[in-house]
Design a binder for this molecule. Structure first.
Ligand SMILES: [Zn+2]
Length: 300
């Protein structure tokens, strides 16, 4: 197969230059202001998912409450970013601090959405990148905090990625996401490959290396980017994760337990924290990297 990975993929400028070039400054501010607010609202909902899904709670009901005093939060205390600033990071009921995670997640998701629409213009592609990135971000934060990748993220992610792939059949625009059949295969290959690695690592190290959450995460990633780039995601994410834990986190934990005179147990690795950003990098630059590598490897 002599597939040209660049065929049909238009890189940043081409898609957006025409559109963005024709915007006046006022229009651009209005557009990106709207996208920022939209992203902040999505980030606000993401906060609810991050807080509730690890506890197996519904994200729809009950309405938002202060996690400390259980006081119901009024709509005007629940405006993304603004409310946290106006309340100076404190609950109006119990005056205990509200985690800075809430405005931070809202801000980062808002900026991510602006970046996606800045790079891809007002396109379906931009929306797909923004939503994929939001799901990956939610997974990374939850895995970091709880060593958990809830099904809420991965089931909705898998369904959305497959639906988007089918919906894209009705568009003529180029996309860097996989088309439906490669998306389906990608989900199987991504989930299969990480499970295989986890199983072998478990046999070698005689302890659990990957959780089932990593399998479901890689199904979502594979459905978005297809089989080849799913494998690239695993290579990059698992490698960086392993190095970070072997070289930095492991020794720190070991020193600490030595100081306290406690027996040392190697810490669990939340691989989702590394796989999620690797997936986004792979979506954006994976084709270029694979093409570069194949060219180096086979035309020397
Ligand atoms: Zn409170």
């Amino acid at each position: 197969m002599q597939a040209d990975p660049f065929a049909g993929v238009q890189y940043d400028g081409a898609l957006t230059a025409g559109l963005m070039g024709s915007l006046t400054l006022a229009d651009a501010l209005l557009l990106f202001g709207f996208v920022f607010v939209l992203g902040a609202c999505v980030g606000s909902f993401l906060n609810v998912c991050i807080a509730r899904w690890p506890l197996d709670l519904s994200v729809m009901r009950p309405p938002s409450r202060c996690p400390r005093c259980e006081r119901r939060i009024a709509w005007h205390e629940n405006i993304p970013l603004l409310s946290w600033l106006l309340l100076r990071g404190k609950c109006r009921g119990c005056a205990l601090p509200i985690s800075v995670q809430y405005p931070l997640v809202e801000l980062l998701v808002a900026l991510g959405w602006v970046a996606a629409f800045r790079a891809f213009g007002v396109t379906f592609e931009a929306l797909r990148v923004a939503i994929f990135g939001t799901i990956l971000f939610g997974i990374a934060v939850t895995d970091f905090k709880h060593y958990l990748i809830p099904d809420g993220f991965t089931v909705s992610g898998l369904v959305l990625m497959l639906l988007f792939a089918v919906a894209h059949l009705f568009s003529d625009d180029a996309s860097r996401f996989a088309t439906p059949w490669p998306a389906f295969l990608g989900a199987c290959v991504g989930a299969g490959a990480i499970t295989l690695i986890g199983w072998l690592a478990e046999v070698i190290m005689k302890r659990e290396a990957m959780g089932f959450g990593d399998t479901t995460l890689m199904a979502v990633v594979g459905a978005a980017v297809g089989a080849e780039r799913a494998l690239l995601t695993i290579i990059a994410g698992a490698f960086v994760g392993a190095v970070v834990f072997l070289v930095i986190v492991g020794p720190i934990v070991k020193l600490r337990s030595m100081r306290r005179g406690e027996p040392f147990a190697f810490p669990d690795v939340p691989f989702g924290v590394f796989l999620a950003p690797a997936a986004m990098l792979t979506l954006l630059w994976g084709d270029a990297l694979i093409a570069w590598y194949l060219q180096r490897a086979f035309t020397a």
